[in-house]
Design a protein around this ligand. Structure first.
Ligand SMILES: C[S@@+](CC[C@H](N)C(=O)[O-])C[C@H]1O[C@@H](n2cnc3c(N)ncnc32)[C@H](O)[C@@H]1O
Length: 274
């Protein structure tokens, strides 16, 4: 494990706890992705950007004693947290690899399945990786991703905000701030929306797509507020939002009444075969 990480969000234990909360509202799409990939007990699964391992746990639950998950991540700290929390469940079946997924190495060899949850949008020009994967993976390898979309729901929210729901403005502000942050880092915040056509265009077969919007409930609002905490220094140094503006937006998020809020983001589920 040698590479350093420049992951744009947090890598602390608190950040890992946030990813656990996020795992709860990603639960249904996560299981649907694994269903669509038809994971079998002996599969060798390469998970791109496994982070602290909450999606890995779901994969391991589908594997038998001979199945393996190779978890690849650039964050040493998140990988260590994954290793610790999966130790009991996984035994020897979890192989952590500290590496940049945009440069596939030996770790990809022999994969039956290559998948990732909420990782491609952190990779600059993620389409380069998708094309390179098709070149090196064996025919028949299944691939699958869940990728967030921070923009698709915004036209609806802006419409509602303009027609008598001004209290929804903090949902728009959060989405704008995240888009601004990811653009400043030159990563791929919009890759989810174009993922299925991009895979088709690159010659993958059996490309399937589903869209999973999230109800904006307490845990989604809590996640948004925790993201503000995680990236407040970056927001301030990049001139996206000052500390005072972040505190104000967190207050406005807390004041929202759950039950009648439109989705503010969702996940694209895309599967295909090499
Ligand atoms: C939003 S987190 C998702 C973690 C996990 N997949 C989950 O769903 O809980 C994104 C993860 O991708 C990792 N990551 C980002 N860019 C990466 C890259 N180029 N190579 C490997 N890992 C990367 C981060 O370190 C982080 O663990």
């Amino acid at each position: 494990m040698t590479a350093a990480s420049d992951y744009v969000l947090g890598q602390t234990e608190r950040a890992a706890r946030r990813l656990e909360i996020q795992d709860r509202h990603f639960a249904e799409p996560s299981e649907k992705l694994l269903d669509a990939l038809a994971i079998t007990p002996n599969d060798r699964v390469v998970e791109l950007g496994c982070g602290p391992g909450s999606f890995t746990r779901r994969i391991l639950n589908r594997l038998g004693p001979k199945g393996v998950v190779v978890g690849v991540d650039t964050s040493r700290s998140l990988l260590e947290q994954a290793n610790t929390s999966l130790e009991q469940l996984a035994g020897e079946r979890f192989k952590p690899v500290l590496a940049d997924v945009s440069k596939p190495g030996e770790w990809i060899e022999g994969a039956d399945v290559v998948l990732g949850r909420a990782v491609l949008h952190h990779v600059p020009m993620a389409e380069f990786l998708l094309g390179r994967l098709r070149a090196i993976l064996q025919p028949g390898t299944r691939i699958g991703f869940l990728e967030p979309d921070f923009r698709r729901p915004l036209a609806n929210i802006a419409y509602l905000e303009s027609t008598g729901r001004p209290e929804l403005a903090p949902l728009l502000m959060f989405s704008k701030a995240i888009n601004d942050l990811y653009s400043a880092w030159r990563i791929s915040p919009a890759v989810g929306a174009s993922l299925a056509p991009a895979l088709e265009e690159a010659g993958y077969s059996n490309v399937r797509h589903a869209w999973h919007p999230f109800a904006t409930d307490e845990s989604v609002l809590e996640n948004m507020s925790m993201i503000y905490d995680e990236v407040r220094d970056s927001f301030a140094s990049l001139g996206i939002m000052s500390f005072a503006e972040i505190a104000e937006q967190q207050e406005l998020l807390r004041a929202l009444k759950v039950g009648d809020l439109p989705p503010v983001w969702g996940l694209h589920q895309v599967t295909a075969e090499v």
